[in-house]
Design a protein around this ligand. Structure first.
Ligand SMILES: Nc1ncnc2c1ncn2[C@@H]1O[C@H](COP(=O)(O)OP(=O)(O)OP(=O)(O)O)[C@@H](O)[C@H]1O
Length: 205
């Protein structure tokens, strides 16, 4: 279980959210929603431990993140706002860099899942925005981490790709993982309940 305990976040003297309290369980798919600037990315970064909250804390399996950095980094896969892949490397080299533990055939299978076969040796810098995002998303097919925190994973992804991702999120939840994501586009209905946490100027519900 991932818990947000009374989180308050103030940036530039503006309260983005205060006393935010929730628990996300294994099997949950959670969408953080809210208008531009509401604090969604900030909340995701606080949940990952990359940014600090002004008050409150985040706990994983009952223990504060700061007390278990090693286990938390093993249990978390965070894909940020930017594609977050290395431009000078090819898709295959990126997956080898991030997932050295996987076999080459698993990396090819992940690239096939995101429709990048044929582009596996091309430098990422030469790929389209959607293809670059797909290289990062291919990591989801290789990850053993139970916690997926994904900032705008669907940006620049076409309808077919969004459908595949939703199916993967459901599969991950069914296996006892949890998914927390932000997106500005409506999610297609999935055969799994979607929880929503809304941020609106200084509030959450
Ligand atoms: N490190 C920081 N220093 C100062 N201000 C910050 C910092 N991080 C975020 N902010 C501000 O906090 C507000 C919320 O930013 P955030 O990126 O979390 O919003 P968001 O809900 O993800 O927005 P969007 O939907 O546009 O991606 C913005 O006004 C931003 O300028």
């Amino acid at each position: 279980m991932l818990e947000a305990i009374n989180l308050t976040c103030i940036r530039d003297e503006r309260t983005l959210f205060s006393e935010l309290h929730f628990a996300i369980n294994r099997g949950d798919i959670v969408q953080i929603e809210g208008p531009n600037g509401a604090g969604k990315t900030t909340l995701l970064r606080v949940l990952t431990g990359l940014s600090g909250a002004d008050r409150g804390e985040v706990r994983w399996q009952g223990e504060a993140l700061r007390r278990q950095r090693e286990r938390w980094h093993r249990d978390l896969l965070f894909l940020g706002h930017q594609p977050g892949v290395k431009n000078v490397l090819s898709p295959l080299e990126n997956l080898a860099f991030y997932h050295a533990e996987c076999h080459e055939e698993q990396r090819f299978a992940a690239l096939e899942a995101v429709d990048l076969l044929g582009f596996e040796e091309v430098a990422v810098a030469q790929l389209s925005a959607g293809q670059q995002r797909r290289v990062a998303l291919a990591r989801l097919w290789l990850s053993e981490a139970p916690v997926w925190i994904l900032d705008e994973p669907l940006t620049a992804i076409d309808v077919n790709g969004v459908g595949k991702l939703m199916a993967l999120f459901v599969q991950h939840a069914q296996r006892g993982g949890l998914v927390i994501l932000t997106t500005h586009q409506p999610l297609p209905s999935a055969a799994w309940p979607l929880r929503k946490i809304s941020l609106t100027a200084g509030e959450a519900n």
